[in-house]
Design a protein around this ligand. Structure first.
Ligand SMILES: [Zn+2]
Length: 162
């Protein structure tokens, strides 16, 4: 059997590409995709066989279903808990004093959420994770600066009081 004699023809039923010799195609082969057995007609052109979209309707239906699910999980990343927690921690990091700890927690949860969103794009939550990182991180720094400022001022007052 000469390997060079192998041809690629498309299945007359589903359009899937099948590899066999010209003789095998003319006698009859079994489609690797749909299992249709029969004579595969010789391709009209020498170019690669083009798969016909027989399952187009079913494919469109499932695609629209996925995009609808995507839209919902973009608004509420229910599959990415870390990103959602980061978002809420960031909101509560606006509260003075405890905001420092909530901001740090939001920052950490945001990084976890962002990693999850990158590893699993279907989980979403990238925006929520970024809000956690930026807002949480910013307010953690603000409250940290405020605490340092208070401590420095207290020391300064003590210094001047002496
Ligand atoms: Zn087929």
């Amino acid at each position: 059997m000469d390997e060079a004699k192998l041809e690629i023809r498309s299945c007359p039923k589903c359009g899937a590409a099948a590899k066999a010799t010209a003789d095998e195609f003319d006698i009859g082969v079994v489609c690797p995709k749909c299992g249709e057995a029969g004579v595969f007609p010789k391709a009209a052109s020498d170019g690669p066989p083009v798969a016909r979209p027989v399952h187009g309707v079913a494919g469109e239906a499932s695609a629209s279903g996925t995009s609808a699910d995507d839209a919902v999980s973009t608004i509420i990343p229910y599959k990415n808990a870390a990103a959602l927690i980061a978002y809420y921690l960031a909101v509560f990091s606006l509260i003075p004093c405890i905001g420092l700890f909530l901001g740090i927690a939001a920052f950490i949860c945001g990084i976890i959420g962002l990693r999850k969103a990158k590893a699993m794009p279907s989980a979403k939550g990238k925006v929520h994770a970024w809000i956690g990182i930026i807002v949480g991180g910013l307010f953690a720094l603000v409250w940290l600066a405020a605490i340092i400022w208070v401590i420095v001022n207290m020391n300064a007052n003590r210094y001047w009081a002496r």
